[in-house]
Each structure stands twice: as structure tokens, then as C-alpha cells.
Write a protein that binds this ligand. Sequence first.
Ligand SMILES: *Cc1c(COP(=O)(O)O)cnc(C)c1O
Length: 363
Amino acid sequence: MSRFWSEAVRGLTPYVPGEQPRITGLIKLNTNECPYAPSLRVLQAVRDAAGEDLRLYPDPECTQLRQAIAEHHGLQPEQVFVGNGSDEVLAHAFMALFRQQHPLLLPDISYSFYPVYARLFGIATRSVALDEQLRLRVQDLLDAGPNGGIVFANPNAPTGIALPLHDIESLLQGNRDSAVLVDEAYVDFGAQSAVELIQRHPQLLVVRTLSKAHALAGLRVGYALGQAELIEGLVRVKDSFNSYPLDRLALAGATAAMQDDTWLAHTRSRIIASREQLSESLRELGFDVLPSAANFVFARHPARDAAELAAALREQRILVRHFRKPERISAFLRISIGTEAQCEALVSALRGILQVPASALGE
Ligand SMILES: *Cc1c(COP(=O)(O)O)cnc(C)c1O
């Protein structure tokens, strides 16, 4: 704390990202990165972009990338906003859309960056509790009173549970006077996208990232989709903050990624298959595993303390994520889907920790 800090900075509670330790041989299942290398076409495009043009500023409008994203989704480039990771896109969207008279609604258990942005931008929030099964109920959002916007992730994080498209549509029909932001960071792993609702609902903003399904967390590219007028609001914020959030390497790599549907389909199905296999193995070990539509599972053991399990796994160089807060989810571990071999290593480590003899599992 320095006496030169502004009042606003004193009041901040920053987001705490999952650990990124520099330990070799670690099985890293704590931050939902993709365990596989990105598409070779992406790597080649980044290499090709690493030339003398780096002396020049990149295209501030990210024209080619927005074109590629628009084509991928069957939209127009004016309906696409891009940013330095979807975290930045979210920040600009909060500033552009949610600084309203009424509070922003958000689920009590969701991506923990949302309340951080709300605080940064002075946005009041009202949290809406997930039900007993940790499901989001649209009616509860509609019953929560006047709002200045609604934000949630679909599938939700860290539960992995997806909201069906017809629920999102009912929400939009019942909430026409404030913006609704659907964060689809994990949608490629099995949820229904709300993108098709954009043409009929001017209040809908869908946010995506290349960090998870495209294996590009290190490139920092995210985007938002919505009607052109909504998107223009985000552009105004961006051009009041940083005109060049995406560098030339990121633009080239992300454009190539959006054009490689084959790689995406292949990787996605591989991760989904591992997720189903891992969920089954965890259930055999006695875990309750929530039905996941994401690249992670959220699981609790009825007889074991989650923090202790996470610490025991860490001793075996396996990292998973445990959230102490909110209390309601402190018994759970969030485990990212690794390669087949990493998932097997996790299951075998857990078997040892739980001291379940392999023979008792029918092997
Ligand atoms: C990972 C994640 C993001 C952030 O993605 P970046 O594009 O890497 O900034 C946004 N929302 C949710 C729900 C996430 O899990």
C-alpha cells in the first residue's frame, strides 16, 4: 500500500488467476488450458507474421480477423468485436453496457472475474443463487427485480453445467430492456451456442475466447458477437483505452485458427471423450461429478476434504483447482481435462490417496 495510490485502487479486490508454476514434469489441470498443441496452421501463420512488418502498428480494426470470425459464425464483420483475451472483451463490455442505474445480475457461483470488473467500474451487483443442484434458473433471474444487465457463463464456470438454448431464449424474451451477456468460453465442449439468437435480440452479447478450445491461451485473443449497434459501444470503449490491443502475431494466429475447423472438431471430440472417461473413473472412486459440458469437471468426494485432496495431488505433481469460497462449493475440485495419459495419472494418484485397492474397482 503506497500513499500515492488513488482511493479507487485502495478499494480494489483483484482477480486471482490459477497458479502458473515453473516446475517441470507437472500435470497441470488447474486452469482449463488445452493439453494439446495448437493447430500447425496457426503456428505457421504466427511464424510468418514474425517479420520486419513488426516495426509497423497492426491494423487497429483487426479487419481480417473479424472477417474470419464473422464467416465462422455466419455473421457480418460489424457484428464482431475482438480483444486481448476475452477477459479484456468482458471488461469493455462491462464498461460499455452495465454502468446503469439498476444493479447487474449475476449467478452467486460463476466466473469470479465478473464481480472484480463490477467493482473496478463502480457497477452495483445483485447475485442470484444457483439451485440445489448448482443449476442456473432463468425464472430466478427474471424474478430478481429491475436490473441494469445480466451476465453468466454458459456452460457455467466452475460447475461446467450448460443452460439449454430455449432457457436463454426465454430469458431474452422476458428481459428486453437491458443487455444480456453470455460468456461462451467453454461452449465448444458441448453446450448450445446463443449466437443464432443474435439476429432477433438486440440486447444479446455473446463472448468467446480462443484460449480454451483453440489451445491459444498464450496468444490472448477473445471476441464478442452481437448486433452492430451493441458492438459499436464496445469499440467506443476500446478506442478510448487502447487502439491496438491485438499485436500482429496474435492477429495472424487467430485468423488462421478461425479458418481451421478440422483441427477444432478433432481436438474438441478428443477432449469430450476424455471428459466422459474421466467422469466415469471419478464416479467409480466415489466422487459426485456434476454433468459437464466444458473442458473440466467439477467433483466432490463425500468423505474427503477437497483442500486436502488438492494438496495430496500437488505432492504428486498434479495441480487441480480448489475454491475455498464461496462456501457452497468448497467441497469441490475443478479438474481440467488433460491428455488421456494425464487423466489416467490423475485417477491412479487419486486411487492411491483414497487408498482404494485397484481390485475393488473391477480391474
Ligand atoms: C477462461 C475464461 C475466460 C477468459 O478467457 P481469456 O480469453 O483467456 O481471457 C473468460 N470467461 C470464462 C468463464 C473463462 O473460464
